[in-house]
Ligand binder design. Structure first.
Ligand SMILES: [Zn+2]
Length: 250
């Protein structure tokens, strides 16, 4: 049985009710549905709490199992009493709460990285080769010959201009066949979507960027804020990495 992905129905869902379907290795809970994002595409997996009866259990990591079909919630084994262990059983009801401050930071940086990748392709013909979100910064890698401080300043201004457009962010699914007809939706250098994935999720920042993506985003670019490029790194021939921060994270 697969886990229902509540985070795709509503990326702002912070609390949810669910039923335990299985417990693996004594510390990985499988639920019938979850709002915990299992990580992927540079966005870290969610952490948070699971409440069973009156016991709170800390979720330290989440992830996919079985070709993304099921999602595990790895719990902190340190404070698990024998009473709690008994409650960790198939059929029991739980209430999940994700660490929202942390998740929302990832969502804001994720949308910003998509704007950045669009700016890099449009203005510098520089494809993205990788990216990672953190709670108070993000980084992205590009194929670009030169990235000096003037170029960085330009990139910063272009991203900040786009961000101010108050553009809605929409997500929808297309078939693999439709994707074959729109290769531009794959922003990474190679198509890394595994062949078993038949429904491809698309994230569109209206008028700014459209790409195939499994991550979670804000609803409108008005939820993000001005960025600063805080660091540049050489990553070998033709590859550059930049770190960005929102002004409030400086
Ligand atoms: Zn993404």
């Amino acid at each position: 049985m697969s886990t229902k992905k509540l985070y795709y129905e509503d990326s702002y869902l912070k609390e949810f009710n669910a039923t335990i379907k299985d417990v693996l290795d004594d510390d990985k809970i499988i639920l019938d549905q979850t709002a915990f994002y299992p990580g992927g595409g540079g966005q870290p997996s969610d952490t948070g709490l699971i409440k069973i009866k009156n016991h709170l259990i800390r979720v330290i990591k989440t992830g996919y199992l079985d070709n993304n079909d099921r999602i595990f919630h790895q719990i902190d084994p340190v404070n698990i009493s024998s009473e709690m262990k008994i409650l960790l059983a198939s059929g029991n009801a739980i209430k999940g709460t994700i660490d929202w401050t942390r998740r929302y930071a990832f969502m804001r940086y994720h949308t910003t990285l998509h704007i950045l990748s669009a700016v890099m392709v449009k203005h510098f013909n520089a494809p993205t080769t990788g990216g990672q979100m953190y709670e108070n910064k993000a980084r992205m890698e590009f194929e670009i010959a030169k990235l000096d401080s003037d170029t960085a300043k330009q990139i910063e201004e272009l991203v900040n201009q786009e961000m101010k457009k108050n553009a809605p962010v929409k997500t929808y699914f297309i078939t693999r066949d439709e994707l074959e007809h729109h290769p531009e939706l794959i922003r990474t250098k190679k198509n890394i979507i595994p062949p078993h994935v038949k429904k491809i999720r698309v994230v569109e920042i209206e008028g700014i960027d459209v790409q195939a993506d499994g991550g979670l985003h804000v609803k409108n670019t008005k939820e993000i804020e001005e960025i600063r490029i805080v660091k540049r790194e050489n990553r070998g021939k033709g590859h550059k990495r930049i770190y960005i921060k929102f002004v409030s994270d400086l």
